[in-house]
Design a protein around this ligand. Structure first.
Ligand SMILES: Cc1cc2nc3c(=O)[nH]c(=O)nc-3n(C[C@H](O)[C@H](O)[C@H](O)COP(=O)(O)OP(=O)(O)OC[C@H]3O[C@@H](n4cnc5c(N)ncnc54)[C@H](O)[C@@H]3O)c2cc1C
Length: 470
């Protein structure tokens, strides 16, 4: 009997994939940047099955690569070709909402729940699950937590980590850590769940999570604002935060990014013409009570910003369709940027006040070094996370040549962010793609502790090898 017969017996043959054409979708990432070589794809549908798979993999010396929606941007869910024999452990069938409690403002969801389904379950209970980003229709709870995802609402509700009340995790030795409680206060020792959040599957497999919900938003107003500079945008952010409204989104986008969205987006309509300003802000304010005069707050704040020279022009969404269009532009942007052609990207963050300095310094240095490149800057300015990328000259399609030519771009941008007190990995994680940056920038004591933790929890190094640690 082959080792895989035992998995097929446990999970059913349809949930133990071995044929190359079945395995192929799990062997490459969203960008097509990483190719893996898993020996099988296993799809358990209960926590007990996950634990049994982990134990059987240990017995057979197989490494495990957990996979969620496979929208991660750092190659974390891909088995590296030069690593040990690995199975992909897909959580997609572990996808039940176990509990929604509106009085408790909490939800318990299994790891394979698509994030959008969690949002919908919360909405049906009259509550809000606040994490939101472009891949929410595919990304899963386990992937969201394992990468500690951010998105467009981090400035109001924090990253995924900030919403977690409790976790259920299968450890590398097959034991189940059942910490799936919904209590708001628990100071009974080390907060172990935080090791697995942002752990990218290197310490265990998340099987379920208890997460906070927020009150549903009864009023929401969005605007698309032309601004003269990142500095002006930051002044306007302060003005919105002081306006009394809840600011739930504040995105800064360079004109070039909006040109790419207009060129490659399907059905996107720009609220203001591209080319009319160097930068744009997408701002959203909200209230949990219908009586809050939100529209007035939006108009007053934008009026003040224009008088102060922080805003050049603004289009306030006049309907729900217009509001959704503003955020569709933002959410579709990564795909539009991908269609524009080869680019080197980054995922840095700096203190919010340092965003203008970061963008200006990077722009100056990139122009000096790669005058033919086209810099794109877009991101969550409200939390200091700007994604800078350097696109190849228009029409150049040779990806390998451009990645080679601009190979030093990412280290340069990382160094600028770190010099301003920022991070080289804001919200996407480390995976395979940023291990070199860990070696350069991560505090050596922190790195040492991380290695000790890994050796303690996963002494045989079977959980997602080749990820995070350099
Ligand atoms: C168009 C687009 C836009 C995006 N925008 C944003 C954004 O604004 N903000 C942001 O933060 N990210 C963004 N991302 C990145 C990505 O969506 C997130 O990193 C997401 O959280 C990954 O979830 P996933 O289910 O796809 O995880 P996967 O890609 O499947 O896995 C990601 C990592 O988590 C591990 N993992 C997955 N499930 C588990 C589990 N159950 N237990 C343990 N480990 C597990 C994997 O091994 C891997 O290391 C974007 C991606 C795309 C494609």
């Amino acid at each position: 009997m082959s080792p895989f017969d035992s998995f097929a017996d446990l999970l059913g043959p349809a949930n133990c994939l071995r044929a190359p054409e079945d395995v192929a979708p799990y062997a490459t990432d969203w960008r097509g940047a990483y190719k893996g070589v898993p020996v099988a794809v296993l799809k358990p549908n209960t926590t007990e099955q996950v634990a049994e798979v982990v134990r059987r993999c240990a017995a057979q010396g197989l490494a495990i690569v957990p996979a969620g929606g496979r929208t991660g941007l750092c190659g974390g869910a891909i088995a590296p070709p030069n690593g040990p024999a690995s199975v992909v452990l897909s959580l997609e069938r572990l996808n039940r909402i176990r509990h929604v409690d509106p009085r408790d403002f909490s939800i318990v969801a299994e790891a394979g729940c698509v994030v959008q389904n969690v949002q919908q379950a919360a909405a049906q209970a009259g509550r809000l699950f606040p994490i939101q980003w472009g891949a929410q229709g595919t990304a899963q709870v386990g992937g969201m937590l394992s990468t500690n995802a951010g998105g467009i609402r981090t400035l109001r509700w924090g990253n995924a980590r900030d919403l977690v009340l409790g976790l259920e995790v299968v450890l590398p030795d097959g034991r189940v850590l059942d910490d799936l409680r919904r209590v708001r206060k628990d100071n009974s020792g080390y907060a172990l769940r935080h090791l697995f959040i942002g752990g990218e599957g290197t310490l265990g497999v998340i099987t379920a999570a208890a997460m906070r919900l927020a009150p549903a938003l009864k009023r929401v107003e969005s605007a698309y604002v032309a601004v003269p500079s990142p500095d002006a945008a930051l002044s306007m952010l302060g003005r919105f935060l002081e306006s009394g409204a809840e600011v739930i989104g504040f995105e800064l986008c360079a004109d070039f990014c909006m040109v790419m969205a207009e060129t490659h987006g399907v059905g996107l309509r720009m609220p203001l013409p591209t080319g009319s300003a160097p930068w744009y802000v997408m701002v959203e304010i909200a209230a949990a009570h219908a009586s809050v005069p939100l529209r007035q707050m939006m108009e007053d704040t934008l009026g003040e910003a224009m008088e102060a020279g922080e805003a050049l022009d603004a289009a306030i969404a006049e309907s729900e369709a217009q509001r959704q269009m503003i955020w569709k532009i933002r959410e579709d942007y990564p795909d539009c940027s991908r269609r524009e052609g080869p680019a080197v990207g980054t995922d840095t963050s700096v203190p919010v006040s340092a965003v203008p300095d970061f963008v200006n310094t990077a722009e100056r240095e990139l122009k000096a070094r790669w005058p033919e490149g086209r810099m794109a800057a877009i991101g969550h300015a409200g939390d200091g996370n700007i994604h800078l990328s350097l696109h190849a000259p228009a029409g150049q399609t040779d990806r390998a040549a451009w990645l080679d030519r601009a190979a030093e771009m990412e280290p340069l941008v990382n160094a600028i962010a770190v010099s301003l007190g920022g991070s080289f990995s804001a919200e996407h994680g480390i995976g395979q793609s940023k291990r070199h940056a860990m070696a350069t920038h991560k505090n050596p004591v922190a790195l040492d502790l991380m290695r000790q933790l890994k050796a303690t929890l996963d002494p045989d190094g079977r959980m997602n090898p080749g990820k995070i640690l350099p």
